[in-house]
Design a protein around this ligand. Sequence first.
Ligand code: C5P
Length: 247
Amino acid sequence: MNNFQYNRGFIVLSSNILSIPKIIIALDFREKKNAMKLVNLLDPSIFYLKIGKEMFTLLGCSFIKELQKIGFHIFLDLKFHDIPNTVFNATKAAADLGIWMLSIHASGGKDMLIAAKRALKSFKTGPLLIAVTALTSLKEENLKDIGIHITLTEYILILSQLSYDCGLDGIVCPGNEAKNIKSLFGNQYKIITPGIRVSQDLFYDQNNVITAQEAKKYKIDYIVIGRSVTMSKNPIKKLDFILQSIK
Ligand code: C5P
């Protein structure tokens, strides 16, 4: 029998199984009605929602508020990358929304990372501040294109160390690189990994993909699942399959 029961369309945990890694759904849709079709099937006590550039540009802060009202924790994935003063103010504005997690680009540099961290000082329970090291779509040759002649692994380690030193709560990094990070920086430093696929899925534009099971093995804290579920004809069946694989 399934360990997950379907209750008024929600996926509900029927036992004490807690998924580790936890699942963040990348809510990337062109239209609100399609996003809401999926949202209405999800139990906010199990799934987190990631709002990125696509839906934020389309629908703005009111959409975040609407999802929070339902009970969802929101990861605002706007990947800030700007001068320190701008990132400081944008981070404050994001935290005012009561979001759970916020992303900035580690490659924005030390002063920018520190400014973002400083912006959260006045918040009692500010969002987790997470630095993107390398996009999961990035290939090593893309680093060379921008004049960076080190391996992707070295690049990610340097940016992970920098973000750690600046007091960030964790990083976004490709799954295959995550193993090193946990052993170097410890459990408190969170790892968030997009590019999650099940075996028959298309990669689309991603280059570094792993399965949810591999993410569990690498001790990744949160996996971001996008098109594997959002493009699926039966998203609930897909999520059920993924949950079963990491229980
Ligand atoms: O599963 P899928 O490939 O659709 O996931 C893509 C999502 O993950 C997008 O929302 C994208 O912005 C996000 N993302 C990423 N790589 C990163 C950080 C975020 O693909 N390093």
